[in-house]
Design a protein around this ligand. Structure first.
Ligand code: AMP
Length: 537
C-alpha cells in the first residue's frame, strides 16, 4: 500500500453527512450516502468515522468510556462560550483523539482534566459539529443509522456482499475495523479475519422454545440438554502463558477473574478458546443472585478480598478452538467430545442427551432446584454460528403467569370459524385507570370453552368491528408466557411471547387483574437475570 498523502478529512464533512442522513428515512439513500462518504476517507479515518457516525465513539470491544456526566458537560459548554479566538477547524482524527484523551484522564484531578479537554473540543466546533459531538457523548445519534444500516453502507462502499461484512463483524466485534478491512482489503481481507485467539468473538445465541415438542421436532427427535446457568457468559482464550477472558459484550474482564485465569493455565493445552458461564456462589456452592456476580465483575481494586467475599464457580459448555484447530464448523457433539477430553469434569456444565419430553422435565426440575434458570437444548449436529440467534440452541424456562383481562376478541378461522377465539389480553394500568394490551392468544381453551366464551364475550361487547368485538374487561384469564419483550406493536410498549390461557378465572374480576406496574417490574427482573440489561458489562 502506498503511503497516504491525502489530507486529513475535516470533521465538518462528517457533520454534514449526519444532517443528510437525518433528512432521509429511506434506507437505500442512507446506504448510498454512507458508501460515498466512507469511500472518500483515508484508511486511518475509516474506523474513527464509522464509530462517530453510529454515535459510539469507540469500538464495541474497546472498554474505554468517556465518564462525562451532565455536570461536567454543562460546565464545559459554559466554558466554550467564553472562547474568543477563531478556532482551527477540527478533523475526524482529532475528534477521536480528543475523545480518547477524555476517556483516559485519570487521577485526583481527572474531572477537571476531562472538562478542560471537552472544552477544547467543543470550543473548536461549529454549531453543527457540536451537535454531532454531543450526540456522541450521549451515545445516541438519532439519525436512523444503526449497526445494520452501517454494515450495508460499508458493503456498498467496498463493493462486497453485505453478508461477508456481517460475518467479519461477528468475529472482529469492531464495526470500524470491519469497514477499514472491507474498503482497503476487500472480500479476501474480510474472509481472512476468522476466529482469532486472544481477541473477542460474538457468541452464539439461543431462541426461546415455545414448548418441548418444538425442541425435539426442530432438533430431529434428539437433543442435548444442559443446565442454563444464571451467571455471566465468558469466553476464555489461551495462547501459551497469555490468557484473556471476555464477557458476552466483548469487554475484557480478565483482571477481575484471577481464579478463572488460574484454571485456564492449569489445563493441558497451550492454545484454546473455551466458552462457559461463571456463577457467583455462596459457601455451600448455591448460586447467588446475578447482582453479586456483577459486583465481582466491576471490581477493579481489592480483587483478592472480593474473591473470598463472592466465590465463583466455572461451568464450561463449548470449545471453539484447540491446539491450532478451529472448531466452529464442527458439530456440537464433536466439540463436546473434545471439551470433555480437555477439562476436568467438575467444570463441565451438567448435560444429557434425550429423545423424549419425559426425560427433559425432570432435568429441568433438577436445574431449577439447584438454583439455575432452566435448560438449554442444543442440536447435536449443529455448528457454532458466531453471533447468531437461531433454533439450533433453544432456551427452556419455566413459564411465568399473569392474570389478565380480555379486552377484545377476534373471529377465528379454519377450525375455529364462528367462534370468538383470538383474545386481546391486557393488564390494568392504575396510573391512567385503563387497560394496557400486551398480547393476543388463541391458545389454551378447549372447543367447548371457546363456545361458551364466544357467547359470554358477545354479551360484553362495547363495539363491533369487522374482525370481532371490543368488550368490557370482565373476563379474567390466567395466562402463561415464556418471556416479556419490548414491542412497538402496542402502546404499552410490551408484548408477551408464547402467551396461552391456562384457565379462565371466574373467581376474579377486572380489579384483580395484574397491573402494568407489575409487568414492568417483571420485565426489569427478567432483564437482570439474563445479564443483558444496563447492568451487564
Ligand atoms: P438469554 O440471555 O436468555 O438469551 O440466554 C442466553 C444466555 O444463557 C447465554 O448468553 C449464556 O450467558 C447463558 N447460558 C447459561 N447456561 C448456558 C449453556 N449451558 N449454554 C449456553 N448458554 C448458557
Amino acid at each position: 500500500m502506498t503511503p497516504t498523502t491525502q489530507e486529513e478529512t475535516p470533521f465538518a464533512r462528517l457533520a454534514e453527512l449526519t444532517t443528510k442522513l437525518e433528512a432521509t428515512t429511506k434506507r437505500l439513500e442512507k446506504r448510498a450516502l454512507l458508501a460515498a462518504f466512507l469511500r472518500s476517507l483515508r484508511r486511518d479515518e475509516v474506523g474513527p468515522a464509522v464509530h462517530l457516525i453510529v454515535g459510539r465513539i469507540f469500538a464495541e470491544s474497546d472498554s474505554r468510556a468517556l465518564n462525562v456526566g451532565w455536570a461536567t458537560l454543562k460546565k464545559a459548554l459554559a466554558g466554550t462560550k467564553q472562547a474568543t479566538l477563531v478556532p482551527r477547524p477540527l478533523t475526524i482524527l482529532e475528534v477521536t483523539h480528543l475523545f480518547g484523551q477524555i476517556a483516559e484522564a485519570r487521577g485526583a484531578d481527572s474531572t477537571r482534566a476531562r472538562r478542560r479537554l471537552l472544552e477544547a473540543l467543543l470550543g473548536r466546533a461549529s454549531e453543527g459539529e457540536r451537535d454531532v459531538l454531543l450526540r456522541n457523548v450521549f451515545g445516541e445519534m438519532r439519525i436512523g443509522v444503526n449497526e445494520g444500516v452501517m454494515l450495508e453502507g460499508i458493503a456498498d462502499a467496498a463493493g462486497v456482499e453485505a453478508d461477508s461484512v456481517r460475518t467479519a463483524h461477528m468475529f472482529l466485534g469492531d464495526l470500524g475495523l470491519v469497514a477499514e478491512i472491507a474498503l482497503f482489503e476487500g472480500a479476501p481481507g474480510l474472509r481472512s479475519r476468522g476466529l482469532r485467539l486472544l481477541a473477542p468473538m460474538k457468541p452464539m445465541l439461543a431462541e426461546m422454545a415455545e414448548d418441548l415438542d418444538e425442541v425435539l421436532r426442530e432438533h430431529g427427535g434428539q437433543t442435548a440438554i444442559e443446565y442454563k446457568l444464571d451467571g455471566a457468559r465468558i469466553q476464555i482464550h489461551r495462547r501459551g502463558n497469555a490468557v484473556r477472558i471476555f464477557s458476552r459484550r466483548l469487554s475484557d474482564v480478565t483482571d477481575s477473574l484471577p481464579e478463572i485465569v488460574a484454571i485456564a493455565k492449569s489445563l493441558p493445552a497451550a492454545e484454546f478458546l473455551l466458552e462457559g458461564e461463571v456463577v457467583a456462589v455462596d459457601t455451600d456452592g448455591k448460586p447467588l443472585p446475578f447482582q453479586d456476580l456483577m459486583r465481582r465483575f466491576r471490581r477493579v481494586h481489592g480483587i483478592e478480598a472480593a474473591q473470598e467475599e463472592v466465590p465463583l464457580k466455572l461451568y464450561l459448555f463449548d470449545l471453539l478452538h484447540v491446539e491450532g484447530r478451529t472448531l466452529i464448523d464442527e458439530p456440537y457433539q464433536e466439540r463436546w467430545r473434545l471439551l470433555e477430553g480437555l477439562v476436568p469434569s467438575e467444570f463441565l456444565t451438567p448435560r444429557r442427551i434425550v429423545k423424549r419430553k419425559e426425560e427433559i422435565e425432570p432435568f429441568l426440575q433438577a436445574a431449577l432446584s439447584a438454583g439455575h434458570e432452566g435448560l438449554m437444548a442444543k442440536a447435536l449436529d449443529s455448528t457454532y454460528s458466531v453471533g447468531k440467534r437461531g433454533k439450533k440452541w433453544f432456551k427452556i424456562k419455566p413459564a411465568d403467569r399473569l392474570d389478565m383481562a380480555i379486552v377484545a376478541a377476534e373471529w377465528g378461522s379454519g377450525r375455529r370459524e364462528g367462534w370468538l377465539s383470538n383474545y386481546w389480553l391486557a393488564v390494568r394500568d392504575d396510573a391512567s385507570d385503563s387497560f394496557q394490551m400486551i398480547g393476543k392468544t388463541f391458545k389454551g381453551l378447549t372447543d367447548a370453552e371457546f363456545e361458551t366464551m364466544t357467547e359470554r364475550l358477545r354479551g360484553l361487547a362495547t363495539s363491533e368491528e369487522r374482525w370481532g368485538f371490543h368488550v368490557r374487561p370482565d373476563v379474567v384469564v390466567e395466562v402463561a408466557y415464556n418471556e416479556i419483550q419490548r414491542s412497538p406493536h402496542y402502546p404499552s410498549g410490551f408484548a408477551l411471547r408464547f402467551a396461552r390461557i391456562v384457565r379462565v378465572r371466574d373467581d376474579k374480576g377486572p380489579a384483580d387483574v395484574d397491573t402494568y406496574a407489575r409487568l414492568k417490574e417483571l420485565y426489569a427482573k427478567q432483564f437482570e437475570r439474563k445479564g443483558r440489561g444496563p447492568e451487564d458489562l
